[in-house]
Design a protein around this ligand. Structure first.
Ligand SMILES: [Zn+2]
Length: 78
């Protein structure tokens, strides 16, 4: 059976592309996302200095999960 080019190159889309997610103030999480990674529960969180005017960008040092906390509710207009 024919393969995709990325299989020959040994590229795994999930592994090579860091996952990312946006959270809003009305999202409900088990743990504080400023202290624990919402993806793997690691506490090695880095606050990225990306000059995001709408919120804060974080990245987990362990699983490289990238996430953004937007300081408004999902239904609000920007
Ligand atoms: Zn993580």
């Amino acid at each position: 059976m024919a393969k995709q080019i990325q299989e020959f190159l040994g590229m795994d889309e999930k592994k090579d592309k860091p996952q990312s997610k946006v959270y809003y103030l009305d999202d409900i999480l088990d743990k504080d996302p400023t202290l624990y990674c919402p993806n793997c529960d690691s506490c090695k969180i880095q606050l990225l200095h990306t000059h995001n005017e709408d919120g804060y960008d974080y990245q987990c040092n362990k699983c490289k999960f990238l996430y953004e906390i937007i300081l408004c509710n999902r239904g609000d207009d920007f």
